[in-house]
Ligand binder design. Structure first.
Ligand code: PLP
Length: 421
């Protein structure tokens, strides 16, 4: 409501309108916002958005950039965002169940497809039950407050996703932040947290900026030693990590030791939108009663449910897509390393090409696009100072030729800008 009101007022005081001249609170706000926007531009951290005029996929059309752009920066790890069966399932759900529910779940917003999808998610992850949210951001925002009280403690990796950080901020538990993947630090914090009733260790399964994977075996061992629960965010793992794509817990053989999994339907699982929590039934039951983003936000639209449901069917039928992505990842990582680049992480389709210098990352990404390859440079404050990089993301639907074209372009651009000898 506040945003709507301010928007109307801002539009009303556009240059030339009588209200613009007054020294009103709105004029003051406008000046403050403009100065803040200028600061963002000045700091070089302005995020601009390229406009895609085709479907999501390995080949894109960009407005102003022509067709046939090779895309290496989506989280479309399995290429299901434009899979014909996924699209068909979505259209069928739209036709049968309508555009949307105009309701939250507990009032008038639960359809059979929502219950089916929750059952399927729980089965996929081999957990007791699951609950859907409008996004994984919401799932992360809703879990900690519902689960933890001031008597409890949460221990969070310092590089966890912003939505975990925000979710933890909303809860009243005692908060510990341990150094990134540092098991000594986690153990020290667990020792200190023994005085609290319940301890929950929270970590991303795979970290999206570095493509590194949390040491879940060690985390689970520590959790066992200090009687703690383990929560993982599997947004960059669900559908493709592990022999059957179940995620980091399957990859590292600790499916029975991780208690709670949050993940997204907006990346590998069809890429539409939505998120979920899966875990013990009483926890899911409690979230339905207490989790605010679930209670006070609209149900997932049927078309979105249809996409995710079909994506899960495809993955439960066969692990061929996930294996194809793993082979492509291996091809890219080994060819880039042979060309002389340093690629962060290991065996993950997030392949950060480490460059160090922010300007170098920006000009190289721009020059890659000039050669028809869409990749994005990341620099401070998104990543630490001096650790600028171009993040490449591999998809099962990239062909070997696509991968080779990307490596060739990197080699050429890297030589041109001095990143390679
Ligand atoms: N957690 C992680 C690790 C993510 O990378 C993201 C998305 O970028 C989210 C949560 C949020 O997911 P969603 O897009 O479903 O809100």
């Amino acid at each position: 409501m506040w945003r709507g009101a301010v928007g109307r007022l801002l539009r009303g005081c556009a240059a030339g309108s009588p209200r613009a001249a007054s020294g009103s609170a709105v004029a003051q706000l406008r000046r403050r916002l403009e100065s803040e926007l200028e600061d963002i531009r000045g700091a070089g951290t302005w995020k601009s958005e390229r406009i895609i005029s085709s479907r999501q996929g390995p080949h894109l059309r960009l407005e102003g950039g022509g067709a046939g752009i090779l895309n290496f920066c989506a989280n479309n790890y399995l290429g299901l965002s434009s899979h014909p069966e996924v699209i068909r399932a979505s259209v069928e759900a739209l036709e049968k169940f309508g555009a949307g529910l105009s309701s939250v779940r507990f009032i008038c917003g639960t359809q059979s497809i929502h219950k089916d999808l929750e059952e399927k998610i729980a089965r996929f992850h081999q957990r007791e039950d699951a609950i859907l949210y409008a996004s994984c951001f919401d799932a992360n925002a809703g879990i900690f407050e519902a689960l933890l009280t001031p008597e409890d403690a949460v221990l969070s990796d310092e590089l966890n996703h912003a939505s975990i950080i925000d979710g933890i901020r909303l809860c009243k538990a005692n908060k510990y932040r341990y150094k990134h993947m540092d098991m000594q630090d986690l153990e020290a914090k667990l020792q200190d947290a023994q005085k609290h009733r319940l301890r929950l260790v929270a970590t991303d399964g795979a970290f999206s900026m570095d493509g590194d994977i949390a040491p879940l075996r060690e985390i689970c061992q520590l959790a066992q030693k200090y009687d703690a629960l383990v929560f993982i965010d599997e947004c960059h793992a669900t559908g493709f990590l592990g022999p059957n794509g179940r995620g980091t817990d399957e990859l590292l053989g600790v499916m029975d030791k991780v208690t709670i999994v949050n993940s997204t339907l907006g990346k590998a699982l069809g890429g539409a939108a939505g998120g979920y929590t899966t875990g013990p039934k009483p926890l899911i039951d409690l979230l339905r009663q207490r989790s605010r983003p679930y209670l006070f936000s609209n149900s997932l639209p049927p078309a979105v449910v249809g996409c995710a449901s079909k994506a899960l069917d495809l993955l439960m039928e066969s692990n061929a897509i996930a294996q194809s992505m793993a082979a492509k990842t291996q091809r890219f990582r080994s060819k880039m390393t042979a060309a002389g680049f340093t690629i962060s992480g290991k065996d993950h389709p997030i392949c950060p090409v480490m460059l160090g210098d922010a300007r170098l990352a920006a000009v190289m990404a721009e020059d890659m696009l000039n050669r028809g390859i869409y990749v994005i440079g990341f620099s401070y404050p998104v990543v630490p100072k001096g650790k600028a990089r171009i993040r490449v993301q591999i998809s099962a639907v990239h062909s070997d030729e696509d991968i080779d074209r990307c490596v060739d372009a990197f080699t050429e651009v890297g030589r041109k800008h001095g990143a390679l000898p």
